[in-house]
Design a protein around this ligand. Sequence first.
Ligand code: GDP
Length: 170
Amino acid sequence: LPLIAVCGRPNVGKSTLFNRLTGSRRSIVGDEPGITRDRIYGEIEWMGRDARIVDTGGVVPDDEALIPAEIFRQAKVGLEEADAIVMVVDGRTELASPDLELARLLLRGGKPVFLAVNKMDTDAMQSQAENFRRLGFRNVLPISAEHGSGIGDLLDAVFEVLPEPAAVIE
Ligand code: GDP
């Protein structure tokens, strides 16, 4: 199945988004050799198509100083294995330098990338998402992971770029 990776700083709402997208179809990756346990995989079905999704923020170190390094490490894993990447930012806070660096890394990576501006809970807030265009993403989508608004548009955009599963030949 195609894979979507969710990246971003702690507290922007990655796991809220992940839970909304996967419902109960999620798994904390277990003991399979060669698979790390610091990412959480789930499955999404959208418009009759299936994909896997990985929350790269599965485990965040307690030590604040390690957080930026960990975000980048996870984002690089996402760049390697995912077919599409969703960077999440908190639309209610100012951009910080880790956001800018992460955006630069992802935009250079050559994979389809989407910016989900989260916590845009009301219609009035949605226009604020435009402020985040300066990160350089072509696809900027206001969402509220908590309330569910904008999620359909985000999934429409992401699934459009995912590879179609190979046809089964009888
Ligand atoms: P993560 O660290 O990026 O995985 O972030 P979480 O999903 O744990 O969310 C961090 C905080 O933001 C939690 O208190 C969530 O309830 C809150 N949050 C997540 N999504 C939204 C949203 O759409 N609107 C609002 N107002 N809060 C949200």
